[in-house]
Design a protein around this ligand. Structure first.
Ligand code: MSP
Length: 510
């Protein structure tokens, strides 16, 4: 069986980790954990994009050699993964020999096939974007701000034949509905492809840029950073070896909307086609976290350091917030107030209180063990029906990338368990001492435990640690799969754990 192969974009080594990186890793991790629980064998890759002008400049500024600079950055990004509890199977750095070797092999083979040729280039160049520009890139006769200083240059370079594949690419995108998700993003690509494509300049003369992978057929040049970076998706899984087919084609490349057109939707498919490799099954394109409508990124100086929130509240509440607030594919505004509200209300009041209520009563009225459920009246029937519906719907929603709605449904269910507890009011039943009331009380506690078990299994991809804690507290075990989601009585007689506060109030953060 082929692995479910999932990748993130590899982060630029020149900047520090920010919310955008954190979100992409969490989103991918939730998918990876979900697929594992669905029974897939998963290979989950993330990594660091280490070559290019900006890295060279940042290293120079820091007064260290580029590789040393990258080592320091790699340590920061590794910390981010650890802090967010990212379950990646591999971490690729584009300076690793396994990667450099594949990039060089591919360049050589494309050169040998005549897909790469040398030509004189005359035109405009943006050093900031490491990109050649054309008149059509001007807005109102001027170069847009993002290009920084634009110089007119003339030099010999190597070009990759993109143009001859343009018609093929349009047909491919039109005939593969699942290639770009969400679908509306495919329209943007098709729109972009209405203009004739230029062949892609894939070399940089060493006088201008040293920090890159040298062209195997001309040592005077290094390769363009995107041509290098995209190859990580195949170099990491052993392109050229037998192992490759265990993973490729990738099931998802998870990327942000800014790097869809042209790198992932034009360069990458054409590179693969020219090499003779199948295309990835799907590009999952997420939106941006914004701060008052602007992209949260380093250049705006408005980064919320994800490490701070995750460090203060733990990885799971942070992961929950990101997945609950973002409709995958759209943009979302980040606000600390919203984070604290979600934390206090969904996690603290709804989930946390349910757990502590149950543990309290379990020790008080049931000698610390999950009692037997022996009656079934309307309240119980409704609760069981809600559990079955929530499980079915939320799994389907996870599968369809609608994580925010899945979480909404799971938390609606958690609230309905709290309502059930209030309807049955075990604290009142305990006072009566009558046999029937005692059975109802025991049934209520047993059902609350079983409902929490089901909710916790469903929450495991998003909040793996909290899920595990709750499952252990109600006498169950860590969720390995979605099997056993059906309502049952497996917890009967199992010990309740000691009372804990899962979500200490977080008002002081504001
Ligand atoms: N190095 C390239 C990717 C090469 S993939 C072969 C790159 N790096 S990046 O560090 O700038 O961005 C990494 C990912 O973070 C991208 O998918 C990008 O869209 C995402 N984000 C960066 N800022 C973001 C937000 N504010 N919100 C959500 N994600 C955004 O691009």
């Amino acid at each position: 069986m082929k692995n479910f192969y999932l990748t993130t974009a590899i982060d630029y080594a020149n900047g520090s980790p920010h919310l955008g990186h954190a979100y992409e890793k969490v989103l991918s991790d939730v998918i990876a954990r979900f697929r594992r629980m669905m029974g897939d064998r998963v290979y989950f890759l993330t990594g660091l994009d280490e070559h290019g002008q900006k890295v060279q400049q940042s290293a120079r500024k820091a007064g260290v050699a580029p590789l040393e600079f990258c080592d320091q950055q790699a340590a920061k990004f590794a910390d981010l993964c650890r802090l967010l509890n990212i379950s990646n199977d591999d971490y690729i750095r584009t300076t690793q020999p396994r990667h450099v070797k594949v990039v060089r092999e591919i360049l050589q083979s494309l050169f040998d096939k005549g897909e790469i040729y040398k030509a004189e280039y005359k035109g405009f160049y943006s050093a900031r974007q490491e990109q050649f520009l054309q008149e059509k890139d001007k807005v109102d006769g001027k170069w847009p701000e993002i290009f920084g200083e634009v110089a007119e240059i003339s030099e010999s370079n190597y070009f990759f034949k993109l143009q001859k594949y343009q018609g093929w690419l349009v047909d491919y995108i039109n005939s593969h509905e699942d290639f770009i998700y969400p679908r509306f993003r495919a329209k943007q690509v098709i729109e972009f492809l209405k203009e004739p494509l230029n062949d892609l300049c894939i070399s940089r003369p060493k006088e201008r840029l040293e920090w890159g992978i040298e062209l195997p057929f001309d040592s005077g040049y290094v390769t363009y950073v995107w041509f290098d970076a995209l190859v990580n998706y195949i170099s990491a899984v052993g392109y050229g070896t037998e192992r490759f087919s265990e993973n490729w084609p990738a099931d998802f490349h998870v990327i942000g909307k800014d790097i869809l057109v042209p790198p992932h939707s034009v360069y990458w498919p054409i590179m693969l086609k020219a090499i003779g490799i199948d295309l990835p099954k799907s590009l999952l394109v997420h939106g941006w976290w914004l701060s008052s409508g602007e992209k949260m990124s380093k250049s705006l100086g408005n980064i919320v350091n994800p490490l701070d929130l995750a460090e203060k509240f733990g990885a799971d509440p942070f992961r929950y917030f990101l997945m609950r607030e973002m409709n995958v594919g759209q943009d979302s505004d980040f606000s600390l107030d919203l984070f604290v509200t979600r934390y206090n209300s969904d996690l603290g009041n709804d989930l946390g209180n349910l757990v502590s209520r149950l543990l309290n009563m379990g020790h008080r009225y049931a000698a610390g063990k999950v009692p037997a459920a022996s009656i079934e009246e309307d309240f119980e029937k409704q609760l069981k029906a809600a559990a079955a519906k929530t499980a079915e719907e939320s799994i389907a929603l996870f599968e369809g990338m609608q994580f925010h709605i899945a979480l909404e449904k799971i938390f609606n269910f958690v609230r309905s368990v709290n309502r059930y507890a209030e309807q049955r009011a075990p604290w009142k039943l305990a006072k009566s001492g009558n046999e029937g009331d005692l059975r109802t009380l025991e049934t209520t506690l047993a059902n609350m435990a079983e409902a929490l078990r089901i909710a916790s299994v469903l929450l495991a991809p998003v909040m793996p640690e909290i899920s595990k804690k709750i499952l252990l507290l109600v006498g169950s075990q860590e969720a390995g799969s979605f099997e056993g989601l059906a309502w049952g009585n497996s917890l009967e007689g199992k010990p309740f754990g000691e009372k804990v506060i899962l979500f200490p109030r977080g008002d002081d953060v504001k």
